[in-house]
Design a protein. Sequence first.
Length: 565
Amino acid sequence: MSIGLLAFLAFIPILIALILMAGMRWPSTRAMPIAWLAGVVLAFAFWGQEPLRLVALSIEGTITAVGVLIIVFGALLIYYTMQYSGAMETIQAGMKKISPDKRLQTIIIGFMFAAFIEGAAGFGTPAALAAPLLLGLGFPPLCAAVICLAFNSVPVTFGAVGTPVLQGFKSIETFAMQAMNFSDPAMAYKTIGEYVTLMHLPMAIILPIFMLGFMTRFFGKNKSWMEGFRAWKYCIMASVCFLVPYLILAWLVGPELPSMLGGLLGLGALVWLTKKGFCVPTDGVWDFARNDEWDPEWTGSVEASSATEYKEHMSQTMAWLPYVLCGLLLVLTRVPAFHLKPIVTDPIFSVGLTNILGYQGVTSKIALLNLPGTIPFILVSIITIGLHKMSGEKVRQAWGTALEKMSAPTIALVAAVALVSILKGSGVNTAGPDGAALPSMPMAMAMFASDVAGGIWPMLAAVVGGLGAFITGSATVSDMLFGNFQWDMGGLLNYPALGKYIIVAAQGVGGAAGNMICIHNIVAVCAVLGMIGKEGIILRRTIWPFLLYCLVAGTVCFVLIGRVL
């Protein structure tokens, strides 16, 4: 069987997911189980996998998915705990007071505030929080949606305290450690994160300037790019506020904290500098036209003029305290100098299965205390009940809502991760000529892609990550689907170990950029802004910053590969 045919067969489950979710607009809860089933059939029919081994691989994937779901639940729980305690509304009220200039509000809320929320919670919460806030400040709903989707890119690779890296690339952990002779998997993830920052770096500076010009061109009274570009000094100042802690934490600590603390520290610095007047545009206060002059395409069932008026239910310090505690606990449990890391990673606190159903190497374990879902999210959520003096009814509402929101991601994630386990586990077989092993399904795709793309692959690696996020609605799941594929591509192109790390990092960056165009995120933003039915309009707007992101990231990846060859 030719490598081209093998690659096509291996791609069928992903193609099915793409057709069902993007073409037929099926939810991931229906599409991913069908894609998993297709993977099972193909692995059995063409890769000679035993039915019992396919069950074992699916169990392995399910256990891995449970670890991710604990993080998702913790992220949702702290978000809804703060929402029902009044802390979120207090934070939103504080955000409204900083500046009347819509360009500055775009950067403070759409970029910096959303970056912090992405770093702390991820999984769609930045758009759910920032978009209604922009609407309340008088932004056209379509503009608010495009801004929040476009900016939810730079921080995503380290979103939900590093989940896309720590969980998304878990399937290549062993290979990555062996390639660099690392004894601690944290070093492998940290190295991936270092290259991720280098690829995000140019767009962290370019994107704010580009999006302000985009906003004033397509939503401004004068249809002028320059009205947005005139705030370039402010954009660069904001980027520096974010990037300094972002880079330091990624290079010195690891992937858990760059977006969360980069957003938090950067937001604090930017708000202070804005109030002091540093780099504030001198061409006057920029605003949109009156609501009655807006294009009907920009509007939804929730009008900007009737959006929520936010109230302060407590001090800003008390409102922000849960997130401060999250950051503090993450530092204490992740930085070796505090000597807590060996405790939270102790095998005694791990659950899982080894050699599942007797199959060697089919293993999955969850370090419960080392999951950010438990420490800090669930722990801080419980502490917040007392800090914010929540009633029993409010606590029940917060936990109930978080649990209710878990149904959709549970089905989709379990199916997606089980599919990933089957894809990567398919390499153990005797289905080739004379009982030889066929390449695994990701390796078959990688071999064919390397034959076709060859040396230009670094320019395309991020696009694959973006496609994965578009299909699955998640940078984490994109990394799970394509992490092995990208690692194998690096091997087939004869890259050294660092070259493989760079290609994997490009996958992570592409997955982050793919948040701009993923149907799941677009539908979620439309839902909170009352714009259901206008998803196609938004996608036509966000595709441009996505393509720009992939072009810049691909160029940086190409240069980095050239330096290690």
